[in-house]
Design a protein around this ligand. Structure first.
Ligand code: NAP
Length: 272
């Protein structure tokens, strides 16, 4: 984004605020270029002091912005789109939606206008700049897709996928954070049972999980390739691993991801 452009984040909750902070930290824009809205702005007072433009007036925010990010809950979206519709300049603005389960076409239909819409599906690691963000669109230009990639690269890693896979991306990456957290929690509970204080066990489990993920990402390796390095014949690792598999470890993860993907497709239709 150039210094003259501004971005409005409509619905500055967990995801919206994390994005705003990441954009500033990543040098994409100054706080003065970011407009933050929510209905109750009390919790944004500190950000106003840092230079962000804070308001509860969505219309004013949209009118001032080149890029509009909608980051409200799925069930809050239609009401919000109806509200901001008169302020949108469809030929000039780009609309980015992080709302789960709502297609680009759904948004254009609700707005009844042909605006460019690009969807982004981050996860809560956006708060520390380590999000996995999936990006998809059905009518965004390559230039705008590149812009959205750059925006979300300030808060982690982003990739472009086909829009029909966005619900699956929600399950694997957004819900996925919870699945891996639960695995770490379970490992730490096992650690406590075999002798470690809870805090030590949690730290050891979390750092081990981080190491495992980095082996895949940094060595461009495959999990089984790395598992082969830890599993000596008749050894303790393969014994533990097979016991977990006999109890449905991989199967539970796969079934959970499939159920989350089914549910993720339904969220939009339950309005507030
Ligand atoms: N959390 C995740 O893991 C995750 C991951 C990927 C995508 N998403 C999607 O990201 C979106 C936001 O999620 P979140 O976790 O950031 O939710 P959140 O913390 O509840 O944030 C939503 C924000 O929207 C504000 N809001 C609601 N109605 C508004 C309106 N009419 N005008 C202005 N602001 C309004 C709310 O504040 P007020 O009540 O004060 O207005 C709230 O701060 C959701 O659609 C979710 O599906 C979430």
């Amino acid at each position: 984004m150039n210094a003259q452009q501004s971005i409005a984040i409509i619905g500055s909750g967990n995801i919206g605020l994390s994005l705003a902070k990441g954009l500033v930290k990543g040098g994409m824009c100054q706080p003065e270029q970011i407009i933050l809205t929510r209905r109750n702005t009390n919790s944004l007072a500190a950000l106003a002091n840092e230079g962000y433009y804070v308001t509860d007036n969505n219309i004013k925010a949209v009118k001032r912005a080149d890029v509009v990010v909608v980051a409200v809950l799925p069930q809050q979206l239609n009401k919000l789109l109806d509200e901001i519709k008169p302020a949108i300049k469809s030929e000039k603005q780009l609309l980015i939606s992080v709302v789960s389960g709502v297609t680009c076409a759904d948004i254009r239909k609700q707005l009844d206008m042909n605006i460019q819409v690009i969807r982004a599906m981050p996860n809560t690691a956006i708060a520390i700049g380590h999000s996995m963000t999936c990006i998809a669109t059905d009518n965004g230009t390559q230039k705008n897709i590149n812009l959205v990639n750059r925006l979300f690269d300030t808060v982690g890693v982003s990739i472009q996928i086909n829009e029909e896979l966005m619900t699956s991306a929600t399950a694997l990456c957004a819900c996925g954070i919870a699945f891996f957290l639960r695995s770490i929690r379970a490992a730490s509970q096992g650690g406590t049972e075999i002798g470690f204080h809870a805090a030590d066990a949690l730290k050891m489990a979390a750092q081990t999980a981080k190491g495992a993920a980095d082996l895949i990402l940094q060595l461009n390796s495959h999990p089984e390739q790395e598992i082969d390095k830890v599993t000596s014949p008749s050894g303790c690792t393969i014994a533990g691993l097979n016991e977990m598999e006999h109890n449905g470890f991989s199967s539970a993860m796969i079934k959970g991801i499939k159920l989350s993907a089914d549910k993720a497709g339904d969220l939009y239709h339950k309005e507030e």
